[in-house]
Structure formats: structure tokens, C-alpha cells
Design a binder for this molecule. Structure first.
Ligand code: ADP
Length: 534
């Protein structure tokens, strides 16, 4: 027997309509190139409708743009008419950006003034794009450009109909397309449906996740082009939270100014950003206004950073694990407010528990279950309502187990209460004498030294042990630290056999397009013989 509830599709258009109707006056503050626009959900929804009515539906549209109010409108306009928005990632190397656009294949690319030069550079490599829409006000449109068939976004808006009614279609229709950052081979596409995107935003934004409400103001640091923008484009109108969109800028002092002036409560991003803000506050004695929680994802945040935010500023870290393939967050560590500080920090250091709609398990190389005892490492698998079942147009890439779980390529241990401890990416683990050393845990231990800013660990070949860890350290500005100091520090924190075979000190470590340590580049540095003892 079927239930008797009304049957309505989980479409993204319902989110912006909800925002416009219930939180119409809630602000969306946008810092595009040369602009500082204060908009709200009523206006965003109306402009999205105008744009939607002015577009001829086709399978795909693309964007190559930073986080602005126009990019937010575009999310809703394109997905609202049943087309798919491919959010090309301007942080990828140009050849990879062109690859993702050509691989998807569409005619119209939306860009902004901060990606104009990049689009001009890409032009000779673009095989299908024939027209460009520049998301800028008329007054700022470029006088000349090498791009053909250029339209001003505001002309489309003006030509549109604000009484447009969102069409209703199957909630399993594809809505958004994001590519992995291609650290292992060519970027692969994750194609998200309306249903998966709505459910992921509902679950990850809720109580044990981001815990969002109309009391919040979110600083949208993660790019809309990465992992569905961590669901931020949907969180705002869904929960009535104010959104502050920083465009392309990510300089610390300016971000700190936004946090204080815009009353930011919720700060998401990779740890590098938040380390910078912390350092700024320490140096200047500045406070953090209404900020009360950080969302750290993409890589394990340094414990020292979480401790400093909590003790000195009362800011909690909600630490999550997810992948491009899991739409946005999959697990999150939620530390209840009444936990004593040391227990709260211990909780924040874990990757937390699956949010409703996702399940996790660990298996060995034969696919047999590994015990959930908090210690035994296994290959992490995940399944759920917003987990990818296949890669976009790459049926030959197998990453699903026979019984329908997604293989993540990560190594993890799971506690009896289902708390996830991510140990490493399988390929980053150091396999010493048949035992695994987690490069991430060793990096974290090194970074706990107060004079260390960042640390990277990669495997170097060893005749007896197959692989041994090699540590590369960036010190705090002006600090001085020796090999022996580092060893003494690590000896307190890790087993003796984990101690690195070599330590090098550098001014800077390589980072990938999402701000994560680029282990592949670091491995190349080691292979090139840049460091003594490798
Ligand atoms: P890409 O694969 O393109 O670098 P993703 O965001 O898809 O970008 O990366 C997902 C991977 O990032 C995960 O498989 C995991 O290895 C790592 N990761 C994500 N969140 C965390 C976390 N909280 N702690 C440790 N590693 C993480």
C-alpha cells in the first residue's frame, strides 16, 4: 500500500523558492571584481527566474567563476530548467579545465571578470564552446576581448520574465557536474541529481552537521566549483542563513575583516585559510566577532589549530570527511557543548559519524569486514543517498564493490560507536616492513610543534623495509629548529619505528587547487633528489 502524502519532487528550485518566500530579506553579500553588492533571497530568486526564462534549455551549460551572487543565481536558473551546470574549477591547471569542458561538451560558458583572462587563454583549446556570457554589470564589461559571441549577463536578466514558473520534473534528473581535481590521472566527473543534492543539503546542514539556522551568517570560502560548493549555495536559502560571497579573494586580513563586519558565525574552509586567520588574530590582538564555529574538511585539520580556536576564541571546529564523489560532507564530528575541553578536542580530531543518509564500513583487500575496534585499519567504503554510483561517461572506472558500496581509496579505522578515524589515502600510506604508517598522522604530530607551520610526509624506498617516511617541514616565520629538535618532539607522540628516515626544512610546501598539500608534487621533489638523504 502506498502512503497518502502529497507527492512532490525534491528539486533545487524548491530551495530558492523557500528562501525567497520565507527569508526574502535575508542578505547575500557579494564581492565580485570591482563590486560589492548587497542582495537578498527575494532578489536572487527573481533574477534566477528571469535568467531561466531567457535561456534555451539544453543538456549542459558551464561556468568558470568565483563565488558571487550571479554565480548563485546561475546555479538555480540552470538547474531549475532541467539543464545541468558544469562548474569548471578555475584552480585546476588550464589544460585540465579545458579537458573537463571539452569532455562535457557544451556551447555556452558563463564567466566573470576574474576569469576573463583565463577564458581567453583557454579559448584555443575549447572545442565546443561558442558563446560566452560575462557575469558583470554593463558598466564593467570589457571594452575588448578575444572571446567570440560575448553577452552581458545583465542583458539576459533584463530580457527575462520574473513571473516565470519553475517546471516540475523527475527529482532524479541531473543538476550539477563537478570534477575531481585529478591528482590521480585525468579529472573524473561526479554528476549530482536534484534529489541527491537536496538530501545532502538537508542532512549536512542539520543538527549534528552544520547546525544551521536563520541566526547564521556563512562566509562561503570553498569555491562553488568544488564538491558542490560544500552545499553552501543551498544552505543559505534552505536555512535562511545570510551568505557572504568573497569572489576570488582569499587574503587573510580581508577575510578577517569580513568575519567581523558581516557578523559571520560559520566559517567553512580547508585548514590553511583558518590557520592564516588565527595567525592574523594572534599578531594583531583582534577578535573574531560572532564567529562560533569552523567547518574544516578536505584534509585533517591540525589539532593545535582546533585547540587554539576553542581555548582562545570559543570557536568550535566541526570536522568533516567527504569527497567530490560524495557530493559534499559524508561524516561530521559533532562535539556537544557540555563536553569538557579535552574531550571536545578529541572528538573534533576524528572525522565523526555518518550523517543521516550515509553509511560507512571498512574492509580488507579481499572485501571481508574489518572489525570496528577503533584500531584495525581497513579500506573505507561508503554508500548513501548522495554517494556517486558511477563516474560521468567513464563506465570503465570501477570504484563500486560488488554489493554496492563506493570504494573511497582511503584507509580508516572505525570505533564501535561508528566514529570514523581517517588514517590516510591508500596511496599516501607508508608501508614499512608490511606495517602501515599514516603519513597524515605523522604530519599532524610534526605540526603540533609550536614552531612548525606545516609538515608533509611521503614514502621513500628502502631496501629492507620497502618504504620509510620522509618528513618535510615549513617553520613559523623567523623560527629555528633542528633535525634533533624535531626528532625529540616526534618521539613523544609517535612510535619509534614511525620516526622519519630523513627531515628537510623548506620555505614552502606545494599545494593543489583546493589548498591541500600536493603529495604528488612533494613525491616528485623527493624523486628529483632535492633533499639530502632521499
Ligand atoms: P580531490 O580528490 O579532488 O583532491 P576531494 O575533495 O574529492 O578532492 O578529496 C577527497 C579526499 O580528501 C578524501 O578521499 C580524503 O582522502 C581527503 N579528505 C577529505 N576530508 C578529509 C578529512 N576530514 N581528513 C582527512 N582527509 C580528508
Amino acid at each position: 500500500m502506498l502512503g497518502l502524502n502529497q507527492d512532490s519532487q525534491l528539486l533545487l528550485s524548491t530551495i530558492i523558492e523557500h528562501g525567497a518566500t520565507n527569508f526574502g530579506a535575508t542578505e547575500v553579500v557579494s564581492h565580485g571584481h570591482g563590486e560589492n553588492v548587497r542582495s537578498n533571497y527575494a532578489t536572487i530568486a527573481q533574477r534566477a527566474k528571469r535568467l531561466a526564462s531567457a535561456l534555451k534549455p539544453t543538456e549542459f551549460f558551464g561556468s568558470l567563476a568565483w563565488n558571487t551572487h550571479r554565480h548563485l543565481e546561475l546555479f538555480y536558473a540552470i538547474t531549475g530548467i532541467g539543464s545541468v551546470l558544469h562548474t569548471a574549477n578555475p584552480r585546476l591547471p588550464p589544460a585540465q579545465i579545458a579537458y573537463t569542458i571539452n569532455f562535457t561538451g557544451y556551447r555556452t560558458l558563463f564567466i566573470d571578470l576574474d576569469t576573463l583572462a583565463l577564458a581567453e587563454q583557454l579559448l584555443p583549446q575549447l572545442e565546443t564552446v561558442q558563446e560566452f556570457v560575462i557575469m558583470a554589470p554593463r558598466a564593467l564589461m570589457p571594452a575588448t576581448t578575444t572571446l567570440p559571441n560575448v553577452t552581458c549577463y545583465e542583458d539576459l536578466i533584463d530580457a527575462g520574465d520574473s513571473d516565470f514558473v519553475w517546471p516540475v520534473f523527475d527529482e532524479r534528473t541531473a543538476a550539477l557536474l563537478c570534477f575531481t581535481s585529478g591528482t590521480t590521472g585525468a579529472p573524473k566527473g561526479a554528476l549530482y541529481s536534484h534529489r541527491g543534492t537536496v538530501l545532502s543539503a538537508l542532512s549536512t546542514g542539520g543538527g549534528n552537521g552544520w547546525g544551521l539556522s536563520a541566526d547564521d551568517a556563512i562566509l562561503a570560502v570553498p569555491g562553488f566549483f568544488h564538491c558542490n560548493g560544500w552545499a553552501i549555495p543551498f544552505f543559505g536559502p534552505m536555512y535562511g542563513a545570510k551568505l557572504v560571497l568573497p569572489g576570488r579573494r582569499a587574503d587573510t586580513e580581508w577575510l578577517h575583516g569580513l568575519i567581523v563586519e558581516e557578523g559571520i558565525t560559520a566559517g567553512p574552509g580547508v585548514p590553511t585559510i583558518w590557520l592564516g586567520v588565527l595567525e592574523h588574530c594572534r599578531q594583531t590582538g583582534a577578535g573574531l566577532g560572532r564567529l562560533n564555529r569552523l567547518y574544516s574538511g578536505g584534509t585533517a585539520p591540525p589539532a593545535a589549530m582546533m585547540e587554539a580556536y576553542l581555548r582562545d576564541y570559543g570557536v568550535r571546529t566541526i570536522h568533516g570527511w567527504g569527497m567530490t564523489e560524495t557530493t559534499s560532507g559524508s561524516t561530521m564530528s559533532f562535539a556537544p557543548c557540555d563536553l569538557p575541553e579535552d574531550e571536545a578536542i578529541a572528538t573534533m580530531r576524528t572525522q565523526g559519524k555518518p550523517l543521516y543518509g550515509n553509511e560507512i564500513r571498512i574492509v580488507d583487500e579481499q572485501g571481508a569486514p574489518v572489525p570496528r575496534d577503533g584500531k584495525s585499519p581497513g579500506l573505507l567504503q561508503v554508500r548513501g543517498h548522495w554517494v556517486s554510483g558511477a563516474y560521468f561517461r567513464r563506465p570503465e572506472v570501477a570504484f563500486q564493490s560488488k554489493d554496492g558500496w563506493m570504494e573511497t581509496g582511503d584507509i580508516a579505522a572505525i570505533d564501535p560507536d561508528n566514529t570514523l578515524h581517517l588514517l590516510d589515502r591508500a596511496k599516501d600510506m607508508v608501508k614499512s616492513g608490511g606495517e602501515w604508517i599514516s603519513s597524515q598522522a605523522l604530519e599532524e604530530a610534526a605540526a603540533r610543534h609550536p614552531l612548525v607551520m606545516e609538515a608533509g610526509v611521503v614514502a621513500i624506498p628502502h631496501p629492507k623495509w620497502q618504504e620509510r617516511p620522509f618528513l618535510v617541514v615549513v617553520m613559523q616565520p623567523g623560527a629555528s629548529l633542528s633535525d634533533a629538535d624535531m626528532r625529540a618532539h616526534l618521539s613523544e607522540l609517535v612510535p619509534k619505528w614511525w620516526l622519519p628516515d630523513g627531515i628537510a626544512f623548506v620555505d614552502e610546501l606545494p599545494h593543489g587547487p583546493t589548498g591541500k598539500l600536493a603529495k604528488n608534487v612533494l613525491r616528485d621533489w623527493v624523486a628529483e633528489g632535492r633533499f639530502a638523504g632521499t
